[in-house]
Design a protein around this ligand. Structure first.
Ligand code: ATP
Ligand code: MG
Length: 376
């Protein structure tokens, strides 16, 4: 089933190759694809070898890679992520220069998956191990023009250290004179945003399953002192089994023990502490993601964000938590929404309690979470 979905997505396409041997590459529509965990772990091994070659072995620890190859469920359990808990993010910061072994010639390029602010994303397959992935191509000149180099660097540094079933993996990166290539996990069912627009709103069962996966992924991120800061349906992808994958770490920060002061993110999802005019220093912490989780849950259930309005009105409504929950939303869902969308960050329900909330547990049997029983 998964292979069939992938096959139908493969069409001819080529990228000029400056560094690899193959001038043009393509994946035929009838190719057999392998996305097995064994080829995945092989690619990870290659990545690991690279990293060890390029960084001081003494300063680099990568237990998270191990955890990724072992974790089987769609929603990571506490146990499967335990190994990566102590991994310092600072390990990534010494991993320069960039991995050299990867180059464009190693990949067959398939159909375009989408276009972002600074580049395009293609379905791709690593030739030797038939490992299917998504290749994001960013033009250096465009990044420079838009002063987005730091954002991309941050995205690479943070995302390449994350290993969780509900967080999109970045396996590696390489570049040529004009472009930067990111080797990403392929999310077979595309953007969650599109599924939501099509469905208008999700049934409570599906929304609860997604919120449970989000809570699990956010707990993992926060344990690693990563604040995402840009949670919204556009930044969530869906895997081939219907499981969600948080992506777009361009706005995320690694902030151990720090309260951040930079203003960023999308208006509808901004928490009061980031916009409140009267607040002392507008500083904030990982609890911004809890507020965004509440906004996301509302959007899943209602089909639009709770404070959607003109920009001025949206900010005004956010700081006053001026929202109306439609009557068709169940009492349990309403209760969780109100516990997440709390103006004072300290009053927001912690992620562990979100996972234990009756609305979540009612709709999420453990086996269902582990197999991703339903498609979006
Ligand atoms: P931004 O530049 O802010 O990240 P974006 O998310 O729209 O904007 P990209 O991340 O470049 O841009 O992705 C463009 C589109 O390509 C996505 O919206 C999605 O539809 C598709 N896409 C990106 N990454 C993957 C992936 N790993 N698997 C499947 N589809 C993907
Ligand atoms: Mg993106």
């Amino acid at each position: 089933m998964a292979t069939r979905i992938l096959e139908t997505r493969l069409e001819h396409l080529s990228i000029d190759n400056e560094t690899g041997k193959n001038k043009k590459s393509k994946i035929g529509a009838t190719s057999t694809l392998h996305s097995s965990s064994s080829s995945q772990s092989t690619l990870l091994k290659v990545a690991l070898q690279n990293q060890l070659q390029n960084a001081s072995a003494a300063s680099l620890r990568l237990p998270a890679v191990e955890a990724a190859t072992r974790s089987k469920g769609l929603v990571g359990t506490e146990k499967s992520n335990e190994t990566s808990r102590n991994e310092p993010m600072s390990a990534t910061l010494v991993r320069e220069p960039a991995i050299k072994i990867f180059h464009l010639g190693m990949f067959e390029i398939g159909k375009p998956l989408g276009k972002g602010k600074f580049g395009r994303v293609y379905l791709a397959r690593e030739r030797e191990h038939k490992f299917v992935c998504a290749l994001k191509v960013l033009y250096k000149s465009e990044l420079q023009q838009n002063r987005a180099e730091i954002q991309v660097r941050r995205e690479i540094e943070i995302q390449s250290n994350l290993r969780h079933p509900n967080v999109l993996k970045l396996y590696g990166h390489f570049h040529d004179s004009k472009r930067i290539f990111l080797i990403l996990e392929f999310a077979g069912q595309g953007e969650l945003y599109k599924h939501l627009r099509k469905a208008q709103r999700f049934p409570e069962r599906k929304a609860a399953q997604y919120i449970a996966q989000m809570a699990c992924a956010l707990r993992y991120l926060h344990r690693k002192h990563v604040i995402h800061r840009d949670i919204k349906p556009e930044n969530i992808l869906v895997g081939i089994h219907g499981e969600i994958k948080i992506s777009d770490f361009g706005w995320s920060v690694h902030a151990p023990g720090n309260r951040r002061k930079t203003y960023c993110g999308t208006l509808d999802y901004l928490p009061p502490e980031m916009i409140k005019p009267g607040s002392s220093d507008n500083s904030y912490d990982e609890k911004v993601d809890l507020w965004a989780l509440g906004v996301l849950m509302y959007e899943f259930l209602v089909g639009e964000a709770p404070f959607e309005d003109s920009p001025i009105m949206t900010t005004r409504r956010i700081v006053n938590r001026d929202m109306t929950i439609p009557s068709y939303v169940s009492a349990e869902a309403r209760d969780l929404l109100k516990k997440l969308l709390v103006v004072d960050p300290r009053g927001r329900l912690p992620l562990k309690k979100v996972q234990q909330h009756p609305w979540v547990t009612k709709h999420c049997q453990t086996d269902m979470l582990a197999t991703g029983s339903e498609n979006p």
